[in-house]
Design a protein around this ligand. Sequence first.
Ligand SMILES: Cc1ncc(COP(=O)(O)O)c(C=O)c1O
Length: 364
Amino acid sequence: MHYRRMPIEIESPEEFGYDKVLYNLSESSVSDLNMRELSLSIGDLDLSYIPHRGHPDFRAALAAEAGLQHPDQVLITNGAAGALFIVNSALLTADDHLIVVRPNYATNIEVPRAIGCGISCIDLTFEDKWRLDPQKIADAIRPNTKLISITTPHNPTGMVMTNSEIDAVIALAERHDLFLLVDETYRDAGFNTPYPAVASRSERVISVGSLSKAFGLPGLRTGWLLTQHAALMETFLAAKEMIYISNSALDEAVAWQFYQQKEQFLPAIQEKALRNLDILKRWLQTENRMEAVLPEGGVVCFLRIKPGFQVDMDQFYHVLTHEYQTMVGPGHWFEMPDTYMRIGFGFTSAELFENGLACIGQAL
Ligand SMILES: Cc1ncc(COP(=O)(O)O)c(C=O)c1O
């Protein structure tokens, strides 16, 4: 493996310093929850190793929600990032070929790059409303293709694949004996995804999910992967055991206790995100230098400065960050030109969100 740090992590607000950002429109999750807001009973928790697959009741609940038959089709992981690392490193070697969507959450491309496998990126475009054409995946399949990797709801665009688009990609995976990784980390974030976890549809699919984005619990580092393929799950468990044996007893206890209360939190979280999305829509009607394909899922939108409007982008981001203390996700976090920028609408209050948008206009 050849590791290198990703710009999205080097420049992330937690590395830059939360105290230096007033209007944080760079986050891709809903507002962070605080321990005080949860009803927890962890005072007498044993700090032992815990079951390597994860708490059986937690896995049973996740399996039921996903439409899976058995708790052993669920593996609790160290966030969705941990799940993505396990899946990519377990399935890909330098001799294999991967088909992956771009732009994307950087890890979905950078982990395979670190492995050194062949990679075909399927580039989504603003002009195509960020939609993924399954035919482009079909055209990219090679004899050594092992894995197709897609993200829906998509980061950074908020595109959500339709049932029939997903079925078309699953059919390709089945026909060519490939595996299909579906990063579903944004399921339930902002919007409800209108179908169960994709892993419930075929043994060739691995779904990845997390508590981070939809519930504002990224600090718990708790996610999961789902697959009906028993032999593959055994390999994923072996990978997890080699990397960190089990999740942290403390994180997983909090995660499972939260999971049982999650329905109490979800409506207010989603309402806040959709209110901010309305603010964004109204702002776009008045800010005629920018345009966007509006998101159908998740809590991020990938805007761009209209082609033809000339801006010195380095200066723009410098002024935005340092003079206006406003942070967005610049295009280069996603291997796109910096005229594109990701705006997260689930994280800040309506007032901060509105002010942050106004600062973007001022900086422009
Ligand atoms: C699409 C996607 N997948 C996975 C992750 C990682 O999430 P987690 O905090 O659960 O590791 C992110 C985080 O930004 C993401 O955007």
